[in-house]
Design a protein around this ligand. Structure first.
Ligand SMILES: Cc1cc2nc3c(=O)[nH]c(=O)nc-3n(C[C@H](O)[C@H](O)[C@H](O)COP(=O)(O)O)c2cc1C
Ligand SMILES: C=C(O[C@@H]1CC(C(=O)O)=C[C@@H](OP(=O)(O)O)[C@H]1O)C(=O)O
Length: 388
């Protein structure tokens, strides 16, 4: 499976083309919409999210609620385009001053300066339109398709907030998938810790008041993945590495860790490695899950626990020092309308990029032209490893 996205933040629409999905898989548009609406929410977002109402239009690859095996094409209209028609239209510009006004003061922390240098854009708008995290809506659409494939196979994925602006949620590690899902969905900051929620919201308000921004950590939990998905034989088939790369590809994400992650550096082997046990009902299982569901680039069959760290949003209402690329004079960076904290929204994005990588690995490993055969093959594999 693979997908491509196209579209600018204030352009007409975002397009996602998903290729390689099994044929005859049920696909519900409403479930994609649910994911998109969840991504739009979360405390700390700016005014743009009040303008957009992200709903998907399926324009190919699906008939009467089932995939055909042909590419699935998903369209997401940018409602804000009506305000940007002059600035973002594809036709050559005329003499209108308003249209020709360009952005020449790159924001530290965004893609502005590097993108301008790389593509030779003197108008930084040509960079920021595509580097904007608006594109994560198109990625969530692809992930929502992947989630439907996984759900049909009994695999569930949920993302929630672990830390915002230095405030870390504390919660019982034994919380079930269903509890994590319910609690995160009820929380305005999508955390599992009711007490930390208020302090997190206060931290977002404080940052906003100061014209500043804050980041955080999000966590994704996956239940129901059978052991042995992924591979140890080549770097590019190690599933934890693929997930890590995908998490890092989310705008503003700076790192990923599985299970105890970086803390492993401070622990002994006996404190890290998850002892192996067996019972007839479930087959092999681990007595702990310190490694977050991966060994040797393959799933262990334990829940996958992966964290991603998001830096603070680069656009600041109290802008940082920058250099105007026209005059070369020092200036304050340009101020674009912005979120002050997008960590809760990013939890939904990460949930969907992880889901994509899992669905992709499954369709590579099992026969996947026809969805009923894929489902049957996974059932047989689960039984095989239970008795192994
Ligand atoms: C959901 C989400 C919303 C974001 N909103 C903004 C925003 O409003 N303003 C901003 O400057 N950056 C925002 N970002 C972060 C930038 O898109 C990101 O920092 C930029 O693309 C540069 O890429 P890098 O940080 O990965 O290096 C957001 C990121 C995510 C995931
Ligand atoms: C549009 C989205 O996020 C945008 C991501 C973003 C950025 O620089 O990454 C900047 C802001 O764009 P705007 O200036 O239009 O308000 C965010 O709103 C979205 O998440 O759908």
């Amino acid at each position: 499976m693979r997908y491509l996205t196209a579209g600018e933040s204030h352009g007409k629409q975002l397009t996602t083309i998903v290729e390689g999905l099994p044929a005859r898989m049920p696909l519900h548009r409403e479930k994609i919409d649910e994911s998109l609406i969840r991504r739009q929410g979360g405390y700390g977002r700016g005014r743009r999210m009040q303008i957009e109402k992200d709903l998907i239009e399926i324009t190919g690859g699906v008939r009467h609620g089932y995939t055909l095996g042909s590419p699935v094409s998903l369209i997401l209209h940018n409602d804000d385009f009506t305000h940007w028609r002059n600035i973002m239209g594809e036709d050559p510009i005329g003499e209108d001053e308003e249209v020709r006004r360009t952005i020449s003061r790159p924001r530290p922390g965004h893609a502005d300066l590097n993108g301008a240098l790389k593509y030779g854009h003197r108008d930084i708008r040509n960079v920021l339109e595509r580097s904007s995290a608006r594109e994560t809506a198109a990625r969530v659409a692809a992930g929502a398709v992947a989630k439907q494939l996984l759900e049909e196979l009994g695999i569930n994925v949920i993302g929630y907030v672990n830390t915002i602006g230095g405030i870390t949620a504390s919660y019982d590690q034994a919380l079930s998938f269903a509890q994590r899902k319910e609690q995160s969905e009820q929380s305005p900051v999508r955390t599992l810790d009711k007490e930390a929620e208020q302090t997190m919201m206060q931290a977002i308000d404080d940052a906003k008041k100061e014209g500043d921004s804050i980041g955080g950590v999000v966590e994704v939990m996956v239940e129901g993945m059978p052991a042995g998905v992924g591979s140890y034989v080549h770097y590019d088939r190690k599933l934890d590495a693929r997930i890590g790369g995908s998490v890092m590809s989310i705008n503003a994400f700076k790192g990923a860790e599985f299970g105890v992650g970086f803390e492993a550096a401070n622990l002994k082997g006996s404190e890290v490695h998850d002892e192996i046990a067996y019972n007839e009902k479930n087959g092999y299982y681990r007595k702990s899950n310190n490694l977050g569901g991966f060994e040797g680039g393959m799933t262990t069959g334990m829940p996958i626990i992966v964290k991603g760290v998001m830096k603070p949003i680069p656009t600041l209402y109290k802008p940082l020092q920058s250099v105007d690329i026209d005059s070369k004079e020092p200036f304050k960076a340009s101020i674009e309308r912005s979120d002050s904290c997008a960590v809760p929204a990013a939890a939904v994005v990460m949930e969907h990029v992880v889901a994509w990588e899992l669905a992709k690995a499954i369709t590579e490993q099992f026969p996947s032209d026809q969805f009923p055969k894929l489902k049957q093959s996974i059932e047989e594999y689960k039984e095989e490893i239970r008795c192994f």
